[in-house]
Design a protein around this ligand. Structure first.
Ligand code: NAD
Length: 511
């Protein structure tokens, strides 16, 4: 169904005598998007939601019309007005030049928390994990999703992983507050800080710092790889998980799939200035237009939205009717199972089944009490509450990254040694993080991308302190000047700092 016909049929709907309609922005999306959105809105209308939808066009057609972001100015205007978006999945065209609309929306609107509650619906829906009830709270703005990538040499490309203290504090505090508000007793933090000691280490450290204020909630930390394995194996051991952007993206799909299908889960993207609600799955072009898609994920997103808007009673009505339809074995194709299903339902038939059960409560599955809708309400505490004590930042050296097409690291090292000797001296060279000079191993495979570390010539460790004559930016410039004079091809530099006397960079192997 096209956008116009949907908006016409639903114009000015959802009026109830009790409550003024709340303006929301609705994007019908691509692929199965229009089908599942139409049915979701039918259910909301029948349930008595007080909503005044404004329809916007985002996604494939907007990309193809020349907007690289997939969203035009009128859509932004609506979002600024309503601050709430119910969005069906969109298709990102393949090929370069297109930006992910989801990432653009999250960052532009400051939607820092991505919340995905996942619950098994056993025995109504077949799953190997009947006790699963986990909420994944994912940082939504930072990490590798900063989208800063470069090709630096013919051999090597890079993606910057950016993690900020305020970013960590916002999401970690949000996660603890969420646990308190929703009766979650345990919060598990997952990172890979055994490898990424600065970026993931900061996230873990902030989790421990803020965790001290939430002693009523059990806390632990797991390395993401074993954490994911355990989540997939025994998800009933988890209650709530807070993690970084990329890890959260992956584990939330893993956990949703464990409940029976990715088609079942909804998610909320929450920020101080707005919120976006969507199914966790994509536009499923393989089944688009066939009236077979499961609308449950988007319906669950709509339930989260209703909770966010304070329409708890309608949210509970919709959720409980949905549980009843599932309990009656009326299942869309993706969750159809001979042992638990009675009838395979089309998208429209499933929505009809939910509408027919509005006002009923499930018999076996836990009904959702009206005031306890699992809505990710923004926290009541001001955020962020991070300390802003002045930090002394001292330059102690520089990593100069070179493109060099030679193969013998020792030859490069010896040439660089001859160029230094002023304020900065060569400490080591690495290739893809492996030390190759001095004392490299001939077996190490080398690309054309060399990280050459120069540090203050007189730096020496005294107890726990590093003593050295301060390095100036002019010293770095002088070094670079000499390198360029000798035909070295500098592709980038990273300064090495001490923060309040503490090393604030990773050590090269063997340092
Ligand atoms: P997908 O989630 O669209 O589909 C994966 C599989 O799950 C397919 O077999 C599909 O048929 C099935 N499936 C998904 N949702 C279903 C539903 N509601 N009912 C029944 N079956 C369902 O993932 P994909 O194929 O990797 O991506 C397709 C497109 O969606 C891509 O262009 C991708 O960029 C986009 N995408 C968008 C979003 C979003 O808008 N939030 C999220 C993920 C992917």
């Amino acid at each position: 169904m096209c956008l116009k016909s949907i908006s016409h049929s639903l114009n000015a709907f959802f009026l109830t005598p009790m409550q003024l309609p709340v303006p929301i922005t609705v994007a019908t999306g691509d692929g199965i998007g229009p089908e599942i959105m139409t049915q979701t809105l039918r259910v909301l209308e029948a349930a008595g939601a007080a909503l005044a939808p404004e329809f916007i066009e985002v996604g494939e057609q907007v990309y193809r019309s020349g907007q690289a972001s997939g969203i035009g100015p009128e859509a932004w205007e609506s979002l600024r007005r309503t601050r709430v978006l119910l969005k069906a999945p969109i298709t990102t065209p393949l090929g370069g030049g297109y930006k992910s609309l989801n990432v653009t929306l999250r960052k532009t609107l400051g939607l820092y928390a991505n919340v995905r509650p996942c619950r098994s619906l056993y025995p109504a829906v077949a799953t190997r994990h009947p006790q699963l009830d986990v909420v994944i709270i994912r940082e939504n703005e930072e990490d590798l999703y900063a989208g800063i990538e470069h090709q630096q040499t013919p051999d090597v490309v890079q993606c910057l992983k950016l993690v900020s203290r305020p970013g960590c504090e916002k999401i970690v505090r949000y996660a603890f507050e969420y646990c308190r508000q929703h009766g979650r007793r345990k919060l598990t933090c997952m990172t890979k800080d055994n490898i990424m000691k600065l970026t993931d280490g900061l996230f873990h450290r902030v989790f421990m710092e803020i965790g001290r204020e939430y002693q009523d909630i059990a806390q632990d930390h797991q390395i993401i790889d074993i954490g994911t394995a355990r989540l997939a194996d025994t998800p009933e051991r988890y209650d709530a998980v807070v993690t970084m952007n990329l890890y959260g993206d992956i584990i939330s799909d893993v956990v949703a799939q464990l409940t029976g299908s990715v088609g079942l889960a909804g998610s909320a993207n929450i920020g101080d200035g707005g919120a976006l609600f969507e199914a966790i799955h994509g536009s499923a072009p393989d089944i688009a237009g066939q009236n077979v898609a499961n609308p449950s994920g988007l319906l669950q997103a709509a339930v989260l939205m209703l909770g966010h808007l304070g329409q708890h009673d309608v949210a509970a009505r919709v959720h409980n009717a949905w549980l009843c339809a599932l309990e009656d074995g009326l299942h869309p194709a993706d969750i159809f199972h001979p042992e638990t299903s009675r009838q395979k339902m089309s998208t429209v038939e499933f929505a009809d089944a939910v509408i027919a059960r509005l006002g009923q409560e499930p018999r076996q599955l836990a009904a959702m009490p009206v005031r306890e809708v699992d809505a990710p309400v923004p926290t009541t505490r001001p955020m962020p509450l991070y300390g802003k004590a002045p930090v002394q930042q001292q330059l102690v050296g520089v990593d100069v990254f070179l493109r060099w097409d030679g193969k013998q690291a020792a030859a490069l090292g010896q040439q660089l040694e001859q160029l230094t000797g002023h304020r900065l001296q060569l400490k080591l060279i690495t290739n893809r993080g492996v030390k190759v000079y001095p004392d490299g191993h001939p077996e190490t495979f080398c690309t054309d991308h060399w990280r050459c570390r120069f540090v203050a010539a007189d730096a020496r460790v005294s107890g726990t302190q590093l003593e050295f004559t301060p390095v100036l930016f002019l010293d770095v410039l002088a070094l670079m000047h000499r390198l360029v004079d000798y035909q070295f091809y500098i592709i980038k530099t990273e300064h090495l700092y001490l923060m309040d006397g503490q090393r604030a960079f990773s050590l090269g192997q063997g340092e």
